[in-house]
Design a protein around this ligand. Structure first.
Ligand code: SF4
Length: 120
């Protein structure tokens, strides 16, 4: 069970994969993250960008049904690039904006079965 200061919940991943399939969600990669993922996949960097990154140069393409292109769906969902997943994915669900954005926090609470809100 993980907990971080300033967040009104604790977290223990239940492998639902829901965080990687939020409708309208997206995943951005820095150039360093893109290089690490390309290395993990054994791809040239240009090939990685052509295959997995949108024309804006920073947003991963969607996979099936708006899921992240790297999500291995199933009863126990997993990330196919787990060792090289972007920082934002590593931080889930302790995103700084969740401290202040109540609407986003409610969406995240409905999305992720691994989040346990604190009692009020
Ligand atoms: S990169 Fe991995 S952890 Fe991040 S959204 Fe995609 S499948 Fe999920």
């Amino acid at each position: 069970m993980r907990r971080e200061e300033g967040f009104p919940f604790s977290f223990s991943c239940k492998r639902s994969g829901n965080c990687c399939a939020i409708p309208g969600g997206f995943v951005r990669v820095t150039s360093d993250e893109a290089a690490a993922i390309a290395r993990l996949l054994g791809l040239e960097l240009a090939a990685f960008y052509a295959r997995y990154v949108q024309p804006d140069g920073v947003t991963l393409k969607d996979g099936f049904g708006n899921r992240c292109v790297f999500l291995n769906d199933g009863q126990q969902a997993s990330c196919s690039i787990y060792e090289a997943r972007p920082q934002k994915c590593r931080q889930w669900p302790f995103w700084p904006e969740l401290r202040t954005d109540e609407a986003l926090r409610q969406l995240v609470l409905r999305t992720c079965p691994g989040i346990e809100p604190d009692e009020r």
